[in-house]
Design a protein around this ligand. Structure first.
Ligand SMILES: [Ca+2]
Ligand SMILES: [Ca+2]
Ligand SMILES: [Ca+2]
Length: 200
């Protein structure tokens, strides 16, 4: 069995795993139903976020496995979501902006750089309040992305950035009504979730 098939098999074993029959007696009916709901929720998440899993399945049914197939496999890592040529890692804990960036660098990525309205909308739909790779810590009021490019297309919330008491790091702030007006500058030492991006 080649690597990809064994990987798919592993994944399907995880997704379709039956609770061990010997342990089954320990579950009451409510718990069993909860487990089933969990599985459906995971399946929906997979579809919505176009994960690597989906790409691999698609590639597998195609008549020829082209170069894109190797590509996706190479970058398929647990916990990453795929959207329009980038992989995104969503934190499950909170850190300062610097610590968040360090975490991304250790994953071979960096804090997310938002290049388009489509990418902004995709991130907004993740329903996260999270650090993004944008800061004005070098020169107050001059916002730069972590790849040192200047900020051109902006999705600030109304009234932001306001540098309220010195705020030099940007967050995408779910909860605003308009998906393209959601950024806020915040104190870099505050603890937020974060989003890493790796272009593939
Ligand atoms: Ca990007
Ligand atoms: Ca500032
Ligand atoms: Ca602010």
């Amino acid at each position: 069995m080649d690597r990809k098939h064994s990987k798919l098999l592993e994944m399907s074993e995880v997704i379709y795993a039956e609770p061990d029959m010997t342990k089954k007696v320990k579950f009451d009916r409510g718990e069993m139903e909860e487990r089933i709901v969990d599985i459906y929720v995971s399946a929906d998440t997979l579809r919505d976020s176009e994960t690597c899993t989906k790409r691999e399945e698609t590639a597998d049914t195609a008549p020829n496995n082209g170069p894109g197939d190797q590509h996706s496999e190479q970058h398929c890592q647990e916990g990453w979501r795929y959207f329009d040529s980038s992989l995104y890692f969503l934190s499950t804990e909170k850190k300062t902006w610097e610590e968040s960036r360090q975490d991304c660098l250790e994953r071979g990525a960096d804090l997310v750089i938002i290049n388009s309205k489509e990418e902004q909308t995709f991130l907004f739909n993740l329903h996260l309040r999270a650090w993004i790779g944008l800061t004005d810590s070098v020169t107050e009021g001059t916002w730069k992305w972590v790849d040192d490019t200047s900020l051109t297309t902006k999705y600030w919330r109304g009234g932001q950035p306001d540098d309220n008491g010195q705020e030099d790091c940007a967050e995408i702030y779910y909860g605003q009504d308009d998906p393209v007006q959601t950024w806020n500058d915040d104190n870099c030492l505050k603890y937020h979730d974060w989003i890493c991006e790796k272009v593939v």
